[in-house]
Design a protein around this ligand. Structure first.
Ligand code: ZN
Ligand code: ZN
Length: 154
């Protein structure tokens, strides 16, 4: 998939889902990091993060394009084109677009860990789920585990 293919795809999606032409440029931008794509208010161009396509494929790419086209068409029509605007939310729903520019923050996915500490030897345990401290004891000294809270990994 190159810029020419992308341009064609964006034009097709614009025609079939929005019933309106896309008459600006769509380009891949390697420098985008955490967003799947962005709409540029000044040039009216759409930039797409190629990593999202490489990693997640066509369905994700189409979702990102729909999302950016919502910004695009509403902005050109002088309507509410921002995420919080009612016009935006409505159009997103109509075309079945994902709500955010970053539908899949694959590297930033947060994971919550449950932290336990052994009462006796002090060893720290991190578990994805809560454990039954009546059943599970310290693997080193068989001491009792005490729940000390949650930790969020980036
Ligand atoms: Zn957006
Ligand atoms: Zn222990």
């Amino acid at each position: 998939m190159n810029n020419k293919d992308l341009q064609q795809l964006v034009e097709e999606i614009s025609d079939s889902f929005f019933g309106k032409p896309f008459s600006h440029s769509a380009l891949f931008n390697n420098r985008l990091r955490t967003t799947g794509g962005r709409y540029l208010l000044k040039s009216h161009n759409i930039e797409i993060n190629p990593k999202y396509y490489d990693e997640f494929g066509m369905e994700t790419l189409v979702g990102i394009i729909k999302h950016e086209l919502c910004h695009y068409h509403l902005h050109l029509e002088g309507k509410g084109y921002k995420h919080r605007d009612a016009d935006f939310k409505k159009l997103m729903k109509n075309v079945g677009a994902p709500r955010f520019c970053q539908p899949l923050p694959f590297k930033q996915q947060k994971q919550t860990l449950q932290l336990y500490r052994c009462e006796k030897c002090g060893k720290l345990y991190k578990r994805k789920r809560k454990v039954d401290t009546k059943k599970y004891v310290c693997g080193i000294c068989r001491g009792k585990l005490i729940y000390i809270g949650r930790d969020t990994l980036q």
